[in-house]
Design a protein around this ligand. Structure first.
Ligand code: BJW
Length: 259
């Protein structure tokens, strides 16, 4: 792979940014072994039909199959670890006054890598909520019933994720739009940019004057508009971004202080 070149103007923008906002998608977790959705060979939607698994109607038709599919994915996520891309974002957060990490991922890997200001747009696979009343449920009794029942009303529990046709959590969506409108630099990382409303965020940031950097080995509908497209896996590109923008500076400062 060709060395990753980051133009000086982008390094400057990162160093002087007061607010960096980041949108991540499934690609950022691919190097941890979590499958993406739309990659042709390995993506979940190449094997499973989203209409049969990731909609309210699908759950109503076949709650056991849907619950078990998510239980399988939950178990898989628990056995993987964050990768260098997740850690680089946690590192970036320490180096800027305001940092907003907007993720479409439900795997919790950003938190495990140490990121703090996280907006989860599509929920989290570790949580469940009541299918009837939409109320989050912290604990449930695992008495062998699949799906388990809501301890309050006895309806089915479902994973606390956002399925197609469902509204995103309004406060998360508001915060994400605000971050895209007010940041100086915006990253779009590991997302195909086809699922709305998340797909609009990089365009919104661009319209509001941000420098927008896309990290994705493949081109997306946003690539041609990006200030910079880094065509590399995020586990390689993001540590390089942090190194170019900040680490060199830190080494230089240390050398100066001790010299
Ligand atoms: C790497 C890499 C490496 C690989 N490094 N990169 C306007 C127009 C048209 C349609 C709509 C619209 N507004 C709403 C809709 C309907 C719908 C939608 O967008 N449909 C489109 C698909 C056409 N949106 C919704 O229904 C949303 N709700 C909503 O808007 O409510 C109001 C409303 C409803 C209906 C009509 C109008 C308004 C809800 C969306 C919920 C999405 N849910 C899912 C499932 C979550 C639970 C689960 O996990 O099972 O969320 S679907 C799936 O897609 C998941 C993801 O978060 C989401 C985005 O996918 P992502 O992350 O981009 O993954 P991939 O696989 O697509 O891409 C991975 C990328 O990584 C690739 O580009 C690779 O190249 C790259 N990559 N390795 C960096 N190492």
């Amino acid at each position: 792979m060709a060395p990753i070149e980051i133009p000086n103007a982008v390094i400057d923008a990162l160093r002087h940014a007061r607010h960096i906002a980041v949108l991540t998608g499934a690609g950022v977790s691919a190097e941890s072994g979590v499958p993406t959705f739309r990659d042709a060979q390995t993506g979940l939607w190449s094997k499973f039909n989203p209409q049969e698994l990731a909609t309210r109607e699908a759950f109503a038709r076949n709650p056991k199959v849907v619950w078990e599919w998510y239980a399988y994915r939950r178990a898989r996520v628990e056995h993987v670890a964050p990768n260098a891309g997740h850690y680089a974002l946690a590192e970036m957060e320490k180096r800027v006054a305001q940092f907003t990490l907007i993720t479409q991922n439900i795997d919790g890997l950003h938190e495990r890598a140490g990121s703090r200001n996280i907006i989860e747009l599509h929920g989290n696979i570790r949580r469940a909520k009541c299918f009837a009343e939409d109320v989050p449920v912290a604990r449930w009794i695992d008495d062998g019933q699949i799906p388990p029942r809501c301890p309050r009303c006895g309806a089915y529990l479902r994973p606390d994720v956002v399925w197609f046709g469902e509204m995103l959590p309004p406060s998360a969506l508001d915060a994400a739009f605000r971050a895209a409108q007010t940041c100086d630099v915006f990253f779009s990382i590991g997302t195909s940019g086809v699922v709305e409303p998340a797909a609009s965020l990089p365009f919104l940031a661009l319209r509001n004057g941000a420098v927008v950097i896309e990290v994705n080995p493949d081109a997306t509908p946003f690539s041609a508009s990006a200030t910079l497209h880094l065509a590399a896996p995020s586990g390689i590109a993001l540590p390089r971004v942090v190194e170019c923008a900040w680490t060199a500076d830190v080494r230089w400062n240390t050398a100066r202080e001790s010299g």
